[in-house]
Design a protein around this ligand. Structure first.
Ligand code: UDX
Length: 457
């Protein structure tokens, strides 16, 4: 279906991603989905972590001058400042770009932006173009935030002894699953509270698109829709609906792990990765390394350079690590994750529970060992272990717990049951993107909705 504007031209959608891998990937996938439905796509991106235009020749790309430059250090402690800088500096370049495009005869249907790129709302309002928010995370996390934000003072600070207690009105979450990064005295500093207030406010957006599935998160999605009073379109998992499998990775993939996986027995390998942002303590990775050694199971471990505090890459590995594991362990800087997860040799995924990794693992029918690091990952981990029951929660990271969890998942009865459940869930989720499935229908509704949008004169 071609969605044509005046003069028979495709109507254009402008996408504004937040520039970290876990947010760029779903935005580009959304672009592919909407392009296949007849829209032209422009990705208006920051210079920092710019996507590679050659991977999507069907899109237009436009760099917004962000004031950070390509080499900015976006480590966790600097990320908040960077977000405000980008939101301030990208405003004028985006206005100028859209005005130029309109002057050239482009008909802009809407601007879809990551909720963290909140400046777009002011641009869309000024140019009288409808804005739509993309939530790249789970609906359950989004809903937990909307419920907690107005109750900050009632919930924080909490006592240590409440960690295992249920968070009021947020079943199945406990205080310790709360999607924030509390300080040592279990409080949330005011700048962080402000950040969540700002990014959770959808302002004048006319709709929200979620990389979620009604079948998986029905209750959270309907609460969100009631709260925000705009249509929510859960059209996930994006990677299953996107017709093009164009690469979205910013970093070079080490594909040498694929022939290594070919040489391993079916369901024998544990895949370990903590995504693209998390930076973990040295102590935790040393314990993980020993747990993997002692488990005796084959493993493929992604250690992103800079992902361990105070260490460049793998300097934390215990002395003699390579001799101890021999051919049974492979460490890489960045893997082709979706191909790894769908490889027959992979039996389980030790994950930080980022939302993309969570969906990718479910869709590959791979059960998870949950090692959340911050924010939405804590909520996802709780849903994986307590609601969908396809993940094993690892409460503490010490070598014995790691070893036990790996053995249990790869060889134990609990692991077998979990694998059965995740394979069942995979089939159910796959049927959601097929004709008449809930995500497929939501996508048709979204396309109709965008087609009906007009400039707000
Ligand atoms: C961030 C947040 O941390 C996450 O919690 C949130 O849901 C999205 O934004 P990230 O930590 O990178 O994302 O995790 P995740 O959402 O899992 O995304 C990582 C992406 O990188 C996945 O699509 C994964 O396939 C890809 N990846 C990761 C690789 O392709 N290779 C790797 O080696 C590691």
């Amino acid at each position: 279906m071609e969605i044509q504007g005046v003069g028979g031209r495709r109507r254009r959608i402008i996408l504004v991603p937040f520039p970290v891998q876990g947010h760029i990937t779903p935005m580009l996938q959304l672009g592919s989905i909407l392009h296949a439905r007849g829209f032209s796509i422009t990705v208006a991106h920051t210079e920092y972590n710019a996507p590679h235009p050659s991977t999507h020749p069907e899109f237009m790309f436009h760099a917004l001058s962000d004031g950070l430059g390509a080499g900015y250090d976006m480590s966790f402690d600097k990320i908040l400042g960077a977000i405000y800088i980008m939101n301030e500096r990208c405003k004028v370049p985006l206005v100028q770009y859209v005005e130029n495009q309109t002057a050239c005869g482009e008909e802009i249907a809407c601007i879809i932006h990551d909720n963290i790129m909140f400046f777009v709302d002011a641009v869309a309002t000024r140019l009288k173009i409808p804005g739509i928010v993309l939530a790249t995370f789970s609906a359950s996390y989004f809903q937990a935030l909307t419920s907690i934000i107005p109750r900050f003072d009632a919930i924080f600070p909490y006592q240590d002894l409440m960690l295992e207690e249920p968070l009021p009105d947020l079943h199945p979450l406990r205080y310790k699953d709360g999607p924030f990064q509390p300080t040592q005295d279990n409080d949330i500093p005011e700048p962080i509270r402000d950040f969540f207030r700002i990014t959770n406010d959808i302002r004048s957006a006319v709709a929200c698109i979620c990389n979620s599935i009604d079948y998986l998160e029905h209750s959270s999605l309907s609460k969100l829709q009631t709260h925000y009073k705009v249509p929510f379109f859960p059209i996930g998992p994006f990677h299953k609906l996107a017709s093009s499998n164009s690469p979205t990775n910013l970093q070079e993939e080490d594909t040498s792990c694929l022939p290594w996986l070919d040489s391993q027995a079916p369901l024998s390998v544990l895949y370990v990765s903590a995504g693209s942002v998390a930076v973990v303590e040295k102590h935790a990775v040393v314990e993980t390394a020993w747990g993997l050694i002692n488990s005796g199971r084959p493993f493929l471990w992604v250690v992103r350079p800079g992902s361990v505090h105070g260490v460049q890459w793998t300097e934390f590995l215990p002395e003699g690590f390579q001799e101890l594991v021999g051919d049974r362990g492979l460490v890489v800087k960045w893997a082709p994750q979706r191909r790894v997860l769908s490889h027959p040799a992979v039996g389980a995924f030790m994950t930080h529970c980022g939302w993309n990794s969570t969906l990718e693992s479910i869709c590959a029918g791979v059960p998870m060992i949950c090692q959340p690091v911050f924010s939405d990952q804590l909520v996802n981990a709780r849903y994986l272990s307590d609601v969908w029951k396809v993940g094993l929660e690892m409460e503490v990271i010490d070598r014995d717990v790691v070893e036990r969890s790996v053995r249990m998942m790869m060889k134990g009865e609990e692991g077998k049951d979990m694998r059965k459940r995740v394979v069942d869930l995979k089939q159910k989720v796959e049927s959601c993107v097929e004709k008449d499935g809930c995500s497929y229908k939501a996508l048709n509704e979204l396309v109709e909705f965008i087609s009906s949008l007009h400039h707000k004169d």
